[in-house]
Design a protein around this ligand. Sequence first.
Ligand SMILES: Nc1ncnc2c1ncn2[C@@H]1O[C@H](COP(=O)(O)OP(=O)(O)OP(=O)(O)O)[C@@H](O)[C@H]1O
Ligand SMILES: O=c1ccn([C@@H]2O[C@H](COP(=O)(O)O)[C@@H](O)[C@H]2O)c(=O)[nH]1
Ligand SMILES: [Mg+2]
Length: 219
Amino acid sequence: MRAAYGLKIWQAFSTEIFKPAEGRLSNPGRTHQFITFVLGGPGSGKGTQCTRIVETFGFTHLSAGDLLRKEITSNSENGAMILNTIKEGKIVPSEVTVKLIGKAIKSSENDRFLIDGFPRSEENRVAYERVVGTEPDFVLFFDCPEEEMVKRVLNRNQGRVDDNIFTVKERLKVFTALNLPVIKYYSEKGKLYKIDATGTEDEIFERVRPVFAALRAKN
Ligand SMILES: Nc1ncnc2c1ncn2[C@@H]1O[C@H](COP(=O)(O)OP(=O)(O)OP(=O)(O)O)[C@@H](O)[C@H]1O
Ligand SMILES: O=c1ccn([C@@H]2O[C@H](COP(=O)(O)O)[C@@H](O)[C@H]2O)c(=O)[nH]1
Ligand SMILES: [Mg+2]
């Protein structure tokens, strides 16, 4: 484990919320929704590790990309615009994504969420905070070399329209130009936890586990 830019996140954790119940994190009073943003470049393993965190710590996983892809398949009014934006590796307007995330949080019984792949830009971040009214409790950043990310994306084989070398190159550019400033912002606020995203899925999860286990141990 290492804290990004030399900062620790422990001080940033909300204190009143996590109580152990059946080995999982629990908040029976629903006084606070515990929000973790999960960031990292394309193919860094955000979705893969979110699945492991869900299994072990009982969070609900909301992938912004999945919510947008669902809009395409459900033929929503924004479907065509979203499809074109994803094909180009660009960012969908904040109001669309924030609305989908807000709706998913509201309709969930859970009170702790992993928001995967959002915010993608400072504009996204500001829009989320304006609409939802709170900041995330902390932010995980999966730090992976570009070469490895490209390899993983091109091997993914899930039929995604953006898993091709042209779109991946654009997504990497967008990540560097627009997403890294968000990561820096949360680092400077002491909310960022950087995870080395190289190695096997198991090895990476063993770097993630202590972050969430510490939350449980604290209460
Ligand atoms: N540690 C790993 N080593 C090798 N392959 C991995 C590893 N972790 C995940 N993968 C594979 O790499 C691909 C990308 O992983 P994943 O979908 O979790 O990334 P992501 O960060 O969510 O990407 P995106 O931003 O494009 O949605 C998947 O096929 C996944 O099975
Ligand atoms: O907040 C978001 C999240 C995603 N997008 C668009 O979707 C694709 C795929 O996202 P993944 O997180 O890799 O599944 C992304 O390249 C963007 O085009 C977005 O606009 N805003
Ligand atoms: Mg993903």
